[in-house]
Design a protein around this ligand. Structure first.
Ligand code: SF4
Length: 340
């Protein structure tokens, strides 16, 4: 890890990062930051689908120990939780910060404060990367935070932890700024994307996004300590009643991107938020579904990645209303995906 120098440092030095930031912030004047293309002027505080203006909503910046081991390592992933979202998943486990409007205004943070805090995570907490969660509607803001953090000493790999409902035009401007792409791939059937996440054309946008991410960073690369510093790691959350179309989703990854692409197969689903009242979503996945997902992984021939135990739903339950760390109740989160 010590030898890896994130390319964003070079882009900062030669002025490219500043130009990229300008191009991204221009998109806010008639917002096309994500595929919804609301065309509202967020620089003047107007809101589109994501209910977000110029300043970012940030609920917490903390060391997170529940990510995949290549990201969490021993000291944690320096996680920046953005508020609001460009999706409306009925089962969102982060609904307190992604869908509760009352929270948004109270969580606005100055760029300089966010920049200082991520550098503090790096220098004082010893985190292994800076992990921006739900950035698809805050891409320009994320880059501004990075831009302000570099002169303060930021040098860790940047993780883009997204739902993959990303605009290709925004992703292209992140080439060389993001080191590790960590996208979900939620659905292969767009009817489910609309029904459960209000995301028309989800699979079309997500597939295009995943191809672009892979083009930029390639397969996941880790150092001698097993810590990732560059590459693509795709997450797939198994839903009850096969609503995430797991077989088709994994097959597409293997056939289109390659069998060496790292995949994190997640069994942590539990019926949170509005899912409790939604017939096909109102239970955890059962053992048969868990096994079927594992078999789909083998059948697709994917060779690298992580899988969670069936106990994951009991341990992965953030609480953003609690004071302090959203995951930590007794020291550390206990979700530890294992390699397959
Ligand atoms: S980022 Fe928000 S305002 Fe912009 S296009 Fe997406 S949902 Fe609309």
């Amino acid at each position: 890890m010590t030898l890896y120098k994130p390319p964003y440092l070079k882009l900062y030095e030669d002025g490219t990062l500043n130009k990229r930031l300008e191009a991204l912030e221009e998109k806010l004047a008639s917002c096309t930051v994500c595929p919804r293309s609301c065309k509202v002027n967020r620089l003047e505080g107007k809101h589109g689908f994501c209910l977000s203006g110029y300043k970012p909503y940030i609920s917490s910046i903390c060391d997170h120990h529940g990510e995949e081991p290549v990201l969490s390592g021993s000291n944690g992933s320096g996680t920046v939780f953005f508020g609001s979202c460009n999706l409306r998943c009925l089962y969102c486990q982060n609904w307190q910060i992604s869908q509760e409007r009352a929270f948004f205004k109270t969580s606005e943070m100055d760029f300089s404060e966010a920049a200082r805090e991520i550098v503090r995570q790096q220098d004082e907490m010893g985190v292994h990367n800076i992990n921006f969660v739900s950035p698809a509607h805050f891409v320009p803001q994320m880059v501004r935070i990075i831009y302000e953090a570099i002169p303060l000493g930021l040098h860790l790999p940047v993780v883009y932890n997204t739902n993959a409902y990303d605009a290709l035009s925004s992703l292209k401007l992140l080439d060389g700024i993001v080191d590790i792409y960590l996208p979900d791939f939620k659905y292969s059937d767009d009817r489910n994307g609309v029904k459960y996440s209000r995301a028309p054309g989800y699979s079309i946008y997500a597939r295009a996004a995943l191809k672009e991410m892979y083009r930029q960073v390639g397969s996941l690369q880790s150092d001698e300590n097993g810590l990732a510093y560059r590459g693509l790691l795709i997450r797939h959350l198994v839903l009850p009643n096969d609503l995430a179309d797991t077989t088709q989703t994994l097959k597409w990854i293997a056939e289109t991107l390659g069998k060496d692409v790292a995949v994190s197969l997640m069994s942590q689903y539990y019926p949170d938020h509005k899912a409790k009242d939604t017939p096909l979503l109102n239970r955890k996945i059962n053992y048969t579904e868990y096994l079927a997902a594992e078999n789909a992984l083998k059948k697709a021939g994917l060779e690298d990645g992580f899988i969670q135990e069936m106990t994951a739903p009991e341990t992965y339950r953030p609480d953003f209303y609690s004071k302090g760390h959203p995951f930590r109740k007794d020291g550390k989160s206990t979700v530890l995906p294992r390699s397959f």
